[in-house]
Design a protein around this ligand. Sequence first.
Ligand SMILES: Nc1nc2c(ncn2[C@@H]2O[C@H](COP(=O)(O)OP(=O)(O)OP(=O)(O)O)[C@@H](O)[C@H]2O)c(=O)[nH]1
Ligand SMILES: [Mg+2]
Length: 333
Amino acid sequence: MKFTLETIARDIEKGDRRSLARAISIVEDGGPESSWLVRKLIGFSGNAHLIGITGSPGVGKSTLVDALISEIRASGLKVGVLAVDPTSPFTGGAILGDRIRMQDHTMDKNVFIRSMANRCHAGGTALATYDAVRMLEAAGYDVVIIETVGVGQSELSIARTADTTVLVLMPGSGDDIQAIKSGIMEIGDIFVVNKGDLPGANKTASEILATFELNGQSRAWTPPVEITCAEENTGVSKVWTDILQHKSFLIASGQLKERRKMKVQAELSELVADIARSNLESSLETSPQVQDLLCKLLNQELDPHSAAQEVIKALFNTSHALPPAKPELFSSK
Ligand SMILES: Nc1nc2c(ncn2[C@@H]2O[C@H](COP(=O)(O)OP(=O)(O)OP(=O)(O)O)[C@@H](O)[C@H]2O)c(=O)[nH]1
Ligand SMILES: [Mg+2]
């Protein structure tokens, strides 16, 4: 079946779910069609509150998201969920699990849940996530939840796409507490100790609070620490209230603008690095100038530091001409 990029863009604005799903696949693939869609819909983006839910594997993020969806829907808002796992190729089961767990909401036309495919490099997933969020915003979603596993570099870059980041732990998450202490995990605006039905939840919550004192800084926003049992929907409404309060705080303090500025900055530098990388890869093969540099490097006529400077000059002096998108004849997969 043939679809045009024009009809996809038009139908997204009307909130059509099939077009939205197609658009997200397109931005996942990247390329000129993706750029075309983003350019077309950019004016409709920027309006959703973005919530990042992150934490180690199995702490109950998806279960919490599922419970949060109900809270968000009860307040009449449209909610989109992107489940992203950039690190592991072995998450098929977990992602399927997410879908099964969240199936209560599949009949609700104001809930859109989507797993983001694993991409070959870290920047790819983050970049695709930014654009997938834009598609959801263009389709009128008020809240977008981004679920990511873990606390590594690529997850952090995804966490940075969020306005409010919720860090989920569970009783006995000693390694996570260490990570918070050492500053690796200083990304939580709200902390949740899930599986509050298991022993040790209060202890874990106090340990998190103790790390705030350890860090010592007086912050304008003190992250609340909630204990939940997502499976039984206990404590989840408190988390939603915290998220709303954090949003108000971000707006009132001017931090929302600041965070979004950092975000576009991060996106721009990732995008430029991405383009530079692919330009470099193709010019390594084809550019006579680069071939000449390689030759000089090989013969020790030039040092690699100077060669890199030359390549950068060459890469940034040539404009990266996008191949044209085919808006009329796009064939959906
Ligand atoms: N006891 C208890 N178990 C829970 C609770 N919430 C979730 N679980 C269970 O914990 C397991 C993992 O839950 P998920 O929601 O898939 O966790 P996750 O963090 O999304 O996992 P990944 O996406 O694989 O990292 C499942 O078996 C859930 O049923 C809870 O509040 N209490
Ligand atoms: Mg999950």
